[in-house]
Design a protein around this ligand. Structure first.
Ligand SMILES: *Cc1c(COP(=O)(O)O)cnc(C)c1O
Length: 404
């Protein structure tokens, strides 16, 4: 086999489908977010406003978070120096896990190096711990959950997105005494809709299933203390396992699950993705804990965030732009073509200093290509004005013919 040709062909296919990815080289300046400096391919540096960050509240530059990380580095140095079992557990990890267990009102929490690994490792391991497990997974669950469920090597059923009747019909076809797990997200981050949390809990009670909730795009943002949509809706106790990230609203890095102590103990003892990897750097754990604790009492920031998102949706609608229906802080604008989507976001960046990443297949289905905007409380009125006029111009120039 000619290996180089095989790799080239693989990339050529991606290019031909208009979804070749180019990473924008950004330099955030602490204190200036959502402004950042963009380094072009020619090496020029230009000021841009970032409209697609998952650092939803700007916690990545918060003095309390940055201060905690600096202090931790001063105190204990850079890395953890080992896996959790072999010299890599520190007080920073233990305290962060306690903070997360408290956030979700669970007995325990377990840290992973990312939210992706938390999902992948936990779901795969549940399949090994529970013989005969049958997993019921929402059709739009994140890639990390899909990988975990594949790794669980058990029977699985995919229920149509947010369709609890379909879910129930699948549950009915499964023996009542078979162990079952229902897995879903609270906030689906591409459409900005919310899973049917309460109905799923009711079905789980009726059919004796475990419940697994990915709150990655909700932790820090929903609920009185940032515990997510399940906290907001009074449902945290009804979910057996809640999974979250420290890399989005919390502005740092890492992932976790929160659950009964016995569940956490079982995953901790069996999940390769937890056991065989160096634990999070102490500074990351320190920064994440500062962020989680800060946001437990910063309800005003959550309200400002929601207000900003609501305003942006309304402004887009008033400007006649194709804003998609969203129940959350996510603001998607429909494009429907990968090449056009890329051309429009290139124009926003180059001509208007506005950075929005195109969202193409496989992140969303083909034909559902879009721009996904994530307003923060740090985007001010002038930035919103600039965005509306730039977006209007770009749609007029590039998309009008196509969308008409
Ligand atoms: C981003 C994301 C993850 C992964 O979290 P990371 O901490 O970024 O690895 C998991 N689930 C969902 C729904 C996500 O959007």
């Amino acid at each position: 086999m000619n290996y180089a040709d095989a790799f080239k062909a693989s990339v050529a296919k991606v290019r031909a489908e208009g979804r070749y990815r180019v990473f924008a080289n950004l330099r955030r300046a602490k204190g200036e977010f959502p402004r950042a400096h963009w380094r072009t391919e020619d090496g020029d540096v230009r000021d841009v406003v970032v409209w697609c960050s998952n650092d939803y509240l700007g916690m990545g530059q918060s003095p309390c978070v940055v201060g905690a990380m600096k202090q931790a580095i001063e105190d204990v140095g850079a890395g953890a120096g080992g896996t959790r079992n072999i010299s890599g557990t520190t007080n920073y990890h233990v305290e962060l896990e306690a903070s997360l267990a408290d956030l979700h009102q669970k007995e325990a929490a377990l840290l992973f190096t990312s939210g992706y690994i938390a999902n992948q490792a936990t779901l795969a391991t549940l399949g090994k711990i529970l013989p005969g497990l049958v997993i019921f997974s929402d059709a739009l669950n994140h890639a990390s959950m899909i990988e975990g469920i594949k790794g669980a090597k058990c029977e699985k059923h995919v229920w149509r997105h947010n369709d609890v009747e379909h879910l129930e019909s699948l549950l009915l076809q499964t023996p009542l005494d078979a162990p079952k797990l229902i897995a879903l997200e609270s906030v689906y981050s591409m459409d900005g809709d919310i899973g049917p949390l309460e109905a799923v809990c009711d079905l789980a009670d009726k059919y004796n299933a475990l419940t697994y909730l990915d709150e990655v795009h909700a932790v820090g943002l929903y609920g009185l203390r940032g515990g997510g949509v399940a906290e907001r809706d009074g449902l945290m106790q009804r979910f057996d396992i809640i999974e979250g990230t420290l890399g989005k609203a919390y502005g740092v890095m890492g992932g976790y699950i929160a659950a009964d102590a016995v569940i956490v103990d079982a995953i901790r003892s069996s999940a390769p993705g937890f056991i065989f990897t160096t634990s999070l750097a102490p500074a990351l754990a320190a920064g994440a804990r500062a962020s989680v604790e800060f946001l437990k009492t910063s309800h005003h920031l959550r309200e400002a965030h929601q207000a900003r998102a609501a305003e942006l949706k309304q402004r887009f609608a008033e400007a006649g732009l194709p804003v998609m229906d969203s129940k959350t802080h996510i603001v998607p604008l429909h494009v429907g073509d990968p090449v056009l989507c890329k051309r429009m976001t290139d124009s926003l960046l180059v001509d208007h200093g506005i950075y929005v990443q195109p969202i193409n297949y496989p992140t969303v289905p083909m034909g559902a290509e879009r721009m996904r905007l994530t307003p923060t409380p740090l985007h001010d009125e002038a930035m919103v004005e600039d965005l509306i006029s730039a977006m209007t111009a770009v749609y007029r120039e590039h998309a009008a013919a196509k969308l008409a």
